[in-house]
Design a protein around this ligand. Sequence first.
Ligand code: F6P
Length: 360
Amino acid sequence: MLRIGMLTSGGDCQALNATMRAIYLSAMNNAKEPTEFYGFQDGYKGLMYSRYTMLHRSDFEDILTRGGTILGTSRVPFKEIDKPDQYGNNKVELMKKTYHELSLDCLFVLGGNGSIKTANRLSQEGLNVISMPKTIDNDLWGTDMTFGFQSAVDIATRAIDEIHTTASSHGRVFIVEIMGHKTGWLPLNAGIAGGADIILLPEIPYKLESIIKTVQRKKTNNRGSFMILAVAEGAISQEDKKLSKKEYQKKLQNYIYPSVSYKLAAEIEEATGKEVRVTIPGHTQRGGMPDAYDRVFASRLGAEGGRMACEGEYGFMVAYKNREIVKVPLSEAAGKLKLVDPNSNIVKEARMLGISFGDE
Ligand code: F6P
């Protein structure tokens, strides 16, 4: 008997269900012995508190296109993994206990950066773990792409597209704030796809004067004078970048603005006299069905994951390198962030198109 557990952890995204479906189908088609699937509810919490259901073929039917996760998810921060839970129990020991009580042969963790650190920890504790690269942020080290990312790029791009007409009618400056946490993959790609004039990323700190200069260059107040800024939720000024993490956090706490975009909007309005509006697509970027790219990608990742479970290849994150599905040791991938390289070709190409990164 092959017993496989699965959980989805951290912020949800499109293609979680598509990935689980592919793992199931691949394992069922490749296993040389009867196979059982167990789904843990709400991420690592389900593993800690033995909250699971047995999963059957019917659970995986019709979920290729369904957003969210049939298992539910939660955030169990890695930095608190060694702190006792509210009942005084050791979280890692609780997870190991459930795993062993169910006599699992393997556990799939569909998760992003924090979740992979816990997956690696469990692997070091002797559990057979395979992790799948999930996040709209595309910030996982060791893989060129994460599932959820392309679907989120589509949604963020559509948000910019919709803004174009109203920005043009009113000749306004619009800021579209895009997710991505500490990295700029999502705003960079959506900004290019949506034809943004300025893209601000955490990896390329901006100078306010540079943004104002670019906005003023278009300040003719006719119907063609609109401008669109794609701003990462983690965008930061060159001045703030010089602060220590602690100093910056303190500064943010004293902000009267809900986010960097509102601060920028006020600053641009004051300096240019232009009307500036802010649009935040927010969690819509994680919602809805996976696009075709993510369905194919999730299917490929899951197919390989299912095969690995059947052949006992554990301790890896299934990843994507040079258009092929590969496996990367969890110990290598855990705890590293994949940042946008300011000198990468995609950034250079965007600059060639006249897109400003607010740093010149
Ligand atoms: O990691 C995915 C992500 O959507 C980030 O882009 C964003 O910063 C964060 O999660 C939002 O988290 P929450 O869903 O907890 O508000």
